[in-house]
Design a protein around this ligand. Structure first.
Ligand code: PEP
Ligand code: MN
Length: 386
């Protein structure tokens, strides 16, 4: 549903009503609240504010790069185990005020409770973010949202630790209902028990799904918490830019090896400079007429192929239905393991011959088979009801 209540320059984001959610989210574009915004927005700073000296030295190094807009630092650190470094708390907020006064960078901290919000606001912090461990908890998010009622401050919401897009959306929605319109989402990867070289596995398709549901929501990538190490940061950052994300949040520390939290993933301001130099920033479109014409032509071919695909799928489903009726009339089960395994084997082999990735063909056939089973089950139930 698209209500005509759009107030320019506010942009309206439409949610599906699948989960009976409030269908709209009102979001202000980054360029409305970040004067001079250019893609990608760079947010950097230490995982945790440890001392005034560490904060100031890191901030000066970052300011020298001339392209870090927002200085981040954790002041209250959510730690898995007690007795780890839990942040310096309120006193570190005044260090951030000094960063802003000296360097002109905007400041951002993580908040997890109403009390954090109040202290951050009292100290003139510019931007708040909600961490992955907090996004999972609707009570905490609601508490933060209530504390923000009537306050005009940007809030960035990290994805929850586990891959539940509804929780991510829910947090954004709670803030929006409290009146926060300067919103952004941060993709920082998801917990996985699988052995991978990521600390938190990126789920790019979920970020894209969020973007599809909410086209005006700025998406920022946090390669530091995705990678958990420094040698893969550039590749993940590049991937995020290639997916047209609006910005990057990358942790930096003047002496990464001495960091009290996330030491393995932090880089020096100088290294951040080199990393940013190495990134290719692509255009979202091009003014080149030859390129535009060629792209248009290729897209028309894709449109035709897709039409053909849909017709083929419809024909396949018609045959599936005939088979379903035939099985029903002859009292044969809908699911037949041997047939399914042989379909899968032969289609995978054929896919490989045509240069298609096995996992891709497998996913498509699992989905086709699921739909065929659903259809045939429906057909067999019709008889049972008769
Ligand atoms: C952080 O940004 O330092 C942090 C704690 O991140 P996350 O919430 O993504 O774990
Ligand atoms: Mn961190």
């Amino acid at each position: 549903m698209y209500r005509q209540t759009m107030i320019c320059p506010w942009l309206v984001c439409i949610f599906t009503s699948e989960f009976n959610m409030e269908p709209e989210l009102q979001i202000q574009a980054l360029s409305d609240w970040l004067p001079g915004f250019t893609r990608p927005l760079i947010i950097s700073g230490p995982c945790g504010a440890e001392s005034e000296e560490q904060v100031m030295q890191t901030a000066r190094g970052l300011a020298q790069l001339g392209r870090v807009t927002i200085f981040r630092a954790g002041v209250w650190k959510p730690r898995t185990r007690p007795n780890s470094f839990e942040g310096r708390g309120v006193k570190a907020l005044s260090w951030l005020s000094r960063v802003k006064a000296e360097t002109g960078m905007l400041t951002a901290v993580e908040v997890a409770r109403a009390e954090h919000v109040e202290e951050a606001l009292r100290h003139g912090i510019d931007i708040l973010w909600i961490g992955a461990r907090t996004t999972v908890n609707p009570f905490s998010v609601q508490e933060i949202a209530e504390a923000l009622k009537g306050v005009d401050i940007p809030v960035m919401v990290k994805n929850p630790i586990h891959a539940d897009i509804q929780l991510w959306l829910g947090a954004l929605e709670r803030l929006n209902l409290a009146g926060i319109t300067k919103l952004a989402a941060i993709h920082r990867g998801f917990y996985t028990s699988d052995k991978t070289h990521f600390r938190n596995i990126p789920r790019w398709e979920l970020a894209i799904e969020l973007q599809t549901l909410c086209p005006t929501l700025p998406l920022i990538c946090d390669p530091s918490h995705i990678c958990g190490r420094t040698d893969t940061l550039a590749a993940v950052a590049q991937k995020a830019l290639d997916l047209n994300m609006s910005g990057l949040m990358i942790e930096s520390h003047i002496h990464p090896e001495e960091a009290l939290s996330d030491a393995k993933q932090q880089i020096t301001p100088d290294t951040l400079g080199w990393l940013l130099d190495g990134l290719t920033i692509r255009n979202t479109s091009s003014d080149n007429q030859v390129f535009t014409d060629q792209l248009e032509q290729l897209r028309r071919i894709i449109d035709e192929i897709d039409e053909e695909l849909i017709r083929t799928l419809a024909r396949r489903m018609e045959v599936v239905e005939q088979i379903g009726e035939y099985k029903r009339d002859n009292n044969v089960t809908v699911f037949q393991l041997e047939r399914w395994l042989s379909i899968l084997r032969s289609r995978l082999a054929s896919g490989v011959i045509h240069g298609l990735q096995e996992s891709f063909i497998k996913e498509i056939y699992e989905s086709l088979h699921k739909e065929s089973i659903r259809k045939q089950t429906e057909i067999s139930e019709v008889k049972e009801r008769k």
